[in-house]
Design a protein around this ligand. Structure first.
Ligand code: FAD
Length: 515
């Protein structure tokens, strides 16, 4: 295994399109601006970190890495590229948790965002009051776990989350930032009041819905194409102390999705997700060993069980009535009789639930493995066909290498703002589904099989007319990007010409430098 891992780490896996020379990477041996050049780290250790990511699939070597100690260091870097006759590419690297090299810059400069903040300058502050509302001003480099820690000291917390909190504010706002709270509060990009952004021209601009709104909308879900977020003002609300956390089990996909859709349409839970339980699904520490064996004894027709996961927040003042409230919400759901599992947890432990899993996987060397993930947004009208064609036929029946977790849950559309760059299905339904096939490969052969499976899934959707959109999109060809953005392509292109005309930023997304 370790030999294979070494081989994987040593090779550059080139996906289609990445071998083509980029238009603006004409570095010779040094940067045009000497003062910037001296600030770059070109040591093997810096280059190694900046040329890898959580995906462990792509490797692109940058010319150097900037460890900024201030926002002006980043501004100077971008200015220096923009004003040069041979501009170089620049990628902000949040926590490098992309899976396809999106935060890399081949022959360019990677900005290690985390080095802006320090113990002396934490770059998270909480303001506001109960009449105007509360908010936090946070550095784009901040991990959400730190945002949670600081805001909780004030009894407050952001309202919209991702499942995992060791991701940066700038990184998730460049995508969308989704989790089981998105149906009730919108994705994280819908909960930003204001941002400071350094554009591809090196301009430092504060933007909001009312001020420089073009830039504000471009950057949110903008895949790092228009500017580097150095500050975001995030909406906060009063934080609950604890949560009631439930999981129910279904054999029948239509009953499972009907219950999910019902729960995101009523005022009951604060978080609703769901996942598949199959032969290879890693055990969840939500369930006790006896729960696990009870679930394993439940056979379904297609070999798949579906698990709905929901959470209700509560505080001490409703401690006597919360169980009753929970019963009321669960009444009328169609899960398998007796297959309701409950847990009580602190709000913090619930939000930080993936961390324990990460530490466990790290301890057994299974965290830094290739992650050929496929994340999709699926029109509601196509989810039943997707279940049959993908979950049942491609993944379950063909019994190939796959190791989840595989998430599936609906999200209400009404809190997504169509002005933002993020792409979701283009139909008129009031909700769409998200499917996250979060595969971990144990070796190279495994990785190839999983990637082939992902291609087959996309082909199936195409053939069946299920108009899916990729979340964390990854394409090699210009036409594919145009198809992905659909009616938003023209505005996306126009905004690029406006804010990053020399195509300096986030080259690892391969949008404007694809074939
Ligand atoms: P990076 O990977 O470093 O960067 C991502 C992109 O954003 C790059 O193009 C980069 O150049 C750009 N970028 C980074 N910082 C900035 C900035 N300050 N300004 C402008 N552009 C910037 N996502 C969800 O929505 N929901 C989830 O539940 C979820 N769970 C996850 C769990 C795990 C274990 C992992 C590994 C990822 C998960 N993600 C989830 C995906 C995550 O949102 C993306 O990987 C995202 O890219 C954030 O990672 P990052 O902060 O490390 O950004």
């Amino acid at each position: 295994y370790f030999v294979i891992q070494f081989i994987i780490n040593s090779f550059v896996f080139i996906t289609p399109g990445s071998s083509r020379p980029w238009p603006h990477t004409s570095f010779s041996s040094s940067l045009p601006n000497e003062t910037i050049d001296t600030k770059l780290c070109k040591d093997t250790s810096c280059i190694k970190i900046a040329s890898s990511d959580y995906g462990n699939i792509i490797q692109e070597l940058p010319f150097g890495v900037l460890y900024p100690s201030s926002v002006s260091d980043i501004k100077h870097l971008v200015e220096s590229s923009y004003n040069s006759t041979t501009p170089f590419t620049i990628a902000a690297r949040g926590n490098g948790h992309s899976v396809r090299g999106q935060a890399m810059a081949k022959d360019g400069v990677v900005v290690n965002m985390g080095s802006i903040s320090s113990n002396e300058n934490k770059r998270i502050s909480v303001s506001g009051n109960s009449s105007v509302g509360f908010y936090a001003d946070v550095g784009g480099e901040q991990l959400w776990i730190n945002v949670l820690g600081t805001t909780l000291e004030h009894g407050l917390a952001p309202v919209s989350w991702t499942d995992y909190l060791y991701l940066t504010v700038g990184g998730t706002l460049s995508n969308a930032g989704i989790s089981g709270q998105s149906s009730f509060h919108g994705p994280q990009i819908s909960n930003v009041l204001e941002m400071d952004v350094i554009t591809g021209k090196g301009d430092f601009i504060t933007c909001s819905k009312n001020m420089n709104s073009d830039l504000f909308y471009a950057v949110l879900g903008g895949l790092g194409q228009f500017g580097i977020i150095t500050r975001a003002r995030i909406v906060l609300d009063k934080a609950p102390n604890r949560v009631k956390w439930v999981r129910t089990i279904y054999k029948d996909f239509s009953k499972f999705t009907k219950d999910q859709e019902h729960l995101i349409s009523i005022d009951g839970f604060d978080y609703v997700e769901g996942s598949l339980i199959m032969k290879n699904t890693p055990a969840s520490d939500f369930f006790s060993p006896s729960d696990e064996s009870m679930i394993n004894s439940l056979a379904s027709e297609n070999g798949i069980l579906y698990s709905l996961e929901a959470v209700k927040y509560y505080d001490d003042h409703i401690i006597n009535t919360i169980d009753e409230e929970l019963e009321m919400i669960l009444k009328g759901l169609s899960f398998e009789s007796g297959f309701l599992f409950k847990k009580d947890a602190t709000f913090f432990d619930f939000l930080n639930r993936v961390r324990d899993e990460e530490l466990l996987l790290q301890s057994i060397g299974l965290w830094d493995v290739p992650h050929p993930w496929l994340n999709l947004f699926i029109p509601r009208s196509g989810i039943m066909d997707f279940n049959e064609g993908v979950f049942v036929d491609i993944i379950q029946k063909q019994n190939r290498s796959s190791s989840g977790p595989f998430l599936v849950y609906p999200i209400n559309r009404k809190k997504w703002d169509d002005n933002m760059s993020v792409v979701i299905p283009e139909d008129d339904e009031d909700m769409f589904y998200t499917v996250a096939l979060l595969n971990s490969a144990k070796d190279y052969k495994d990785w190839v099989i999983m990637d082939e499976q992902n291609t087959e899934i996309l082909k199936f959707c195409d053939k069946s007319g299920i108009k899916v959109k990729q979340y964390f999109p990854h394409y090699g060809k210009k036409e594919e990007w145009m198809k992905h953005f659909g009616k938003k392509w023209d505005i996306f292109k126009k905004r690029k010409a406006q804010f990053d005309p020399k195509m300096i930023l986030s080259p690892g997304q391969r949008i404007f430098n694809s074939e």
